[in-house]
Design a protein around this ligand. Structure first.
Ligand SMILES: Cc1cc2nc3c(=O)[nH]c(=O)nc-3n(C[C@H](O)[C@H](O)[C@H](O)COP(=O)(O)OP(=O)(O)OC[C@H]3O[C@@H](n4cnc5c(N)ncnc54)[C@H](O)[C@@H]3O)c2cc1C
Length: 1008
């Protein structure tokens, strides 16, 4: 009997007994099983390839896609252009951007396109409209309409052709409560009205019944992140409460209307949160429930088992749409950037194998009778091998075929859909509807997937691979090495080489186990273990009570001891000094969460900010330990025979470190460790507000081996003792980070020598900023809004790098401002020790008064776009609150736009075009950080050349510089230091020496 007959001979759904299962199957041995899978797969393949047609051939034959497949560089730039396309409002903008993208280095143009790019007038217009037409046509292949209403005729046609649907409202993560409310309204409309619209369609047994009963005709896919601006893994309870608040009415309506709701699965950091939310919703509301789960996750098997156990335990029947996963590139790159273990398999075969194992787990949990809890399986795949393996699993268990369904994406695998329908399988198409802008991320994902070398569809129907290759078992001899070269766009080879590519300073013998430096990974708060441990540590943390009572006399005594000890520390082996830093880093690593807890409580940082502070302190120690050693080893200059020329360095003497409260561990440790490791003795005078964490830092360094005579901790008032310290004639070096006023005062004081002074004092001085971000016409506003919001309001705007001016090009000004204001309004202000808090208190009353002064000025003289009140908030730790404020249409010369405020106050400035935006941004004496959100390559290049700031950030937030990766520091009125965390930083703490020896004796010399 052929497979085809067997498939068709299965009992129809209507004949299937509703409460009894088929007899238990006899387990097939692996060889036999594989034979059956091959047979099923060949059957489906030949049905799909039936008349020799190419699957979705139209998509691949489109000229642009055709060329993209041939030329990787062209593909990258084309997809980047497509991503920006919907924001471009005029033909000129379209042309300009296209030319920009396609003239990037390495891009080869398809024949004929070059003419259009170079030509003006008619050729230019023609090319713009051709490209626009192609993009719209590509989008229309994957996106079924601009809204659900416009998609209904298409849905009906699909139904008549024997294919069911699930409607998805396009929209990626939303940035505000207002946007989440808007999406909720759309889902309510869909769930409320679609059943009425489809009620008159003719019944279809195959599509509307499974082995146990009715399958709803209306099926809606929901992206949870669209329903909450607070879907943040750091605070699962807050996130679930917020999302459930909007989901509940949708699910109750779905229950009442008999609509199936599927929760889509998004990126990995939302995975546990989404599963937990799903379970809670299912336990609270009786709706037809489905959840997408991903086989590309290394946690796939465990996730599947956990969900099945839950469904059985609570007696709930749910559907799992098993997919491989749509964010493989993102997950891979993101994990690599963060230094986290990669959550997805690095090899396609492993994804396929995991998909098959998960199918088996779900099939084992298939409910056999109504009322029984368990999981029914929906296969979200276009891969015939993956589908055949699951169908075989079903057969082996004697479960009727209608117990599962196949789901495929709109615009993909159409021949497979009809093949499956011919086989009496229930097929559902996933139908995205929406506007172009929110649709672009979806479109680009589909384009990437379809053009990937790893795509089964591409192999099957463009590259015409053999059936044997297409149906090959992913389990058989997973030969990692040979699979590696199979050519995914991000090759596993590249991933394996990541540590080498990312080393930021060389390994140094005898330092830090001889490993090169990488940045310390921050906590991954999506991991429950890390999150819970962090929470416990914050709760337990106590801030040491330190009196800032040291006097100028104490300072003088400390300087005396440090001065006397200096020669000993100076002559200590540099490797020994470096070992103190790596030991200190290791102690901090062991006490990481506790240190974060102290910072959070002492200076008002939120969880992520506290964690980042500690990571940076560790990084400084590890980085400077490695970069210091070489400074003291004589370096030979040139190779002249008869002449030995060498250069090396020596420490300067006693260093005064005057540190600020805003990075109370990181900056204090950065300056202290730099001074110590280069052989200077050090007096640390921390900010009065954060002497607690600074005292712990000193203890850690002593514990790590810093001699007490070399490191002195001097908690004291700045105006008296601090001022006396920097004026002490024995001080050789002052490392200061803080306000412009104090910084300039120190520079002045350091320049006035005493008669008996034997050296000129060196000042390493980092001061403030009035940092600007430019939002260009083609900016991705989702990213710009979140990037500006984070830069302006994280840690209450109290970072030297914080954004306090945002300069927006006129064409996107109104939309950007509206979204920024709503997004900021959604921030939670409150107790910073709670994980869900976005904005904590400011450092002290003096600071609050200064910020409030500017707010009052803004209210009088500028247009208030947002004034968030903090009147009802009182801080546990006694710090005052100031709510975020945004002022719109601010004159670039107004004090709100020129003065350093150091608080959550943002000036929004309108600019006619990018030129003007750049002029305004540069028009400040401060030159610390700056940012640009733009998708125009030539504007980004221009910003690189002309936006004169110490640290420029493109298409990302402007805070959070990482040691070694983004060496930090400004110029102008922002500082006279070089880059903290950069390779030249330590040069400021030493003096260079050189020696030339004549090695010639009586006319002969050693050769080298
Ligand atoms: C109805 C439906 C709904 C969907 N809903 C979701 C959803 O909610 N969430 C979601 O994330 N996705 C979803 N998807 C998208 C789905 O994940 C992709 O369509 C899927 O990746 C394509 O898989 P395939 O089995 O059709 O193709 P195949 O070509 O067999 O598999 C391609 C997939 O393999 C994986 N892969 C590629 N390269 C590698 C590599 N080097 N190492 C390891 N793995 C690799 C990737 O996940 C890639 O997408 C849905 C798909 C369908 C059909």
């Amino acid at each position: 009997m052929s497979m085809f007959t067997r498939w068709r001979d299965k009992p129809s759904p209507a004949d299937t007994p509703k409460t009894t299962a088929a007899p238990a199957p006899i387990a097939a041995h692996p060889g036999q099983r594989e034979e059956q899978i091959q047979e099923l797969g060949s059957q489906m393949l030949s049905l799909a390839r039936g008349k020799g047609s190419l699957l979705s051939s139209k998509f691949w034959s489109d000229k642009l896609m055709d060329w993209a497949m041939k030329d990787h560089e062209f593909k990258v730039q084309l997809f980047r252009f497509i991503d920006a396309y919907p924001t471009l409002t005029t033909p000129e903008q379209v042309h300009d951007h296209l030319v920009d993208y396609l003239s990037q280095p390495g891009v080869k143009l398809p024949p004929g396109l070059g003419m259009g790019l170079k030509g003006g007038g008619l050729a230019k217009g023609l090319m713009t409209s051709t490209i626009s037409g192609q993009i719209k046509s590509m989008a229309s292949k994957f996106i079924a309409g601009t809204d659900a209403h416009s998609a209904i005729p298409g849905l009906e046609k699909l139904w008549k052709n024997g294919v069911a649907f699930s409607v998805d409202l396009l929209g990626e993560a939303c940035v505000s409560d207002a946007e989440a409310d808007m999406y909720q309204g759309k889902y309510l409309d869909l769930v409320g009205n679609l059943p009425g619209k489809v009620a008159a369609w003719s019944p279809n047994e195959r599509l509307e019944r499974d082995h146990l009963g009715v399958v709803p005709r209306v099926n809606v896919s929901v992206k949870i992140s669209a329903l909450s601006a607070r879907f943040n893994e750091i605070d699962p309870e807050g996130a679930i409460a917020d999302a459930m608040g909007r989901l509940r009415p949708i699910l109750e309506l779905a229950r009442d209307k008999g609509v199936f709701i599927n929760f889509d699965m998004e990126s990995h950091h939302h995975k546990d949160l989404t599963i937990e939310l799903f379970k809670r919703c299912c336990e609270a509301i009786e709706f037809h429930a489905g959840l997408a789960m991903q086989g590309y996750l290394r946690s796939g098997d465990a996730d599947a088992r956990d969900l099945c156990a839950w469904a059985k335990r609570v007696g709930r029947r749910v559907t799992v749409r098993l997919v491989k996963g749509a964010y493989w590139d993102y997950e891979t790159i993101h994990a690599e950037q963060e230094g986290w273990p990669c959550p997805v398999w690095s090899n396609k075969r492993e994804t396929d194998a995991c998909f098959e194992r998960m199918s088996e787990i779900f099939l084992d949990a298939t409910p056999r009778s109504t009322g029984e809890g368990g999981v029914t399986l929906a296969l979200g795949s276009h891969n015939v091998r993956s589908i055949a393996a699951a169908v075989d699993g079903l057969d082996r268990r004697g479960i009727p075929r209608n117990a599962i369904e196949l789901q495929m994406l709109h615009g993909m695998g159409d021949e497979l859909k009809s093949a499956a329908a011919k086989m009496d399988l229930r097929v559902r198409e996933y139908i995205p509807v929406g506007e172009m802008i929110p649709g672009m991320a979806y479109l680009v994902r589909r384009l990437l997937e379809n053009t990937s070398n790893e795509s089964w569809l591409r192999a099957g129907f463009l590259d015409n691979a053999s059936a044997a290759d297409l149906l090959k078992s992913p389990h058989s001899q997973l030969d990692a090495e040979s699979e590696r070269s199979e050519g995914s766009d991000i090759s596993p080879d590249r991933l394996d080489a990541a540590p080498e590519r990312h080393q930021l300073s060389p390994a140094v013998e005898g330092v830090g186990n001889g490993r090169p430096f990488y940045t310390e990974p921050m906590r991954d708060f999506a991991d429950a273990k890390q999150r819970e441990a962090f929470g416990r540590a914050v709760e337990r943390a106590t801030v040491p009570r330190i009196e800032n009572n040291k006097t100028p006399d104490d300072a003088a005594r400390a300087v005396g001891i440090a001065h006397e000890f200096f020669p000993k520390w100076r002559d200590t082996d540099p490797r020994e000094r470096a070992a103190v830093l790596t030991k200190a880093a290791s102690i901090m690593r062991d006490r990481r969460d506790e240190l974060s807890g102290v910072i959070i409580k002492e200076n008002g940082k939120t969880w992520r900010e506290g964690d980042a502070d500690v990571c940076e302190a560790i990084d400084f120690c590890e980085y400077y330990a490695r970069t210091a050693v070489g400074l003291f080893e004589p370096e030979r200059l040139g190779r002249f025979v008869g002449e030995l020329d060498q250069r090396w360095h020596q420490p300067r003497g006693v260093a005064a470190v005057i540190s600020p409260w805003n990075f109370p561990l990181a900056i204090c440790m950065g300056m202290t460790s730099a001074a110590l490791v280069t052989g200077n003795t050090v007096i640390v005078k921390p900010a009065e507000q954060t002497a607690g964490i600074a005292s712990i830092m000193a203890e850690i360094l002593w514990e790590a081996g810093a001699p007490r005579e070399a490191l002195h901790f001097l908690p004291a008032p700045g105006e008296t003792t601090g001022a006396a310290l920097v004026r002490d004639e024995r001080i050789a070096l002052i490392a200061f980070t803080g306000s412009k006023a104090v910084g300039l005062d120190i520079i002045q004081a350091a320049g006035l020598p005493y008669d008996s002074q034997t050296h000129v004092k060196k000042v390493v001085c980092e001061m403030g900023g009035k940092n600007a971000v430019i939002v260009d016409a083609s900016a991705d506003l989702d990213e710009a809004v979140l990037g500006v919001r984070a830069s302006a309001f994280n840690f209450q705007g109290q970072k030297c790098s914080a954004c306090s001016r945002v300069i927006v090009v006129d064409s996107c000004y109104d939309l950007f401002l509206e979204r920024l204001v709503e997004s900021t309004r959604s921030l939670v202000i409150g107790d910073q020790t709670k994980p869900g808090t976005d904005v904590g208190p400011v450092i002290d009353t003096e600071s609050a008064n200064k910020i409030n002064h500017y707010i009052e000025l803004g209210k009088k003289e500028c247009s208030v776009a947002l004034a968030m009140s903090s009147d009802d908030l009182t801080s546990q730790s006694g710090h005052p609150f100031v709510g975020p404020h945004i002022f719109a249409d601010v004159d670039p010369k107004h004090p709100i736009a020129t003065d350093e405020i150091f608080g959550p106050v943002l000036a929004v400035i309108r600019a006619g075009d990018f030129d003007e935006a750049l002029r305004i941004a540069n028009d400040s004496p401060y030159k610390l950080t700056g940012g640009v959100f733009s998708r125009k390559p030539s504007n980004l290049d221009r910003a690189r050349r002309e936006f004169r700031v110490g640290n420029l950030y493109l298409n990302r937030s402007i805070t959070g510089a990482l040691v070694g990766r983004q060496p930090f520091g400004g110029f102008g009125m922002s500082g006279v230091g070089s880059k903290a965390g950069g390779s030249d930083y330590l040069l400021q703490f030493v003096e260079p020496r050189a020696c030339a020896e004549n090695t010639m004796r009586r006319g002969f010399a050693p050769e080298l």
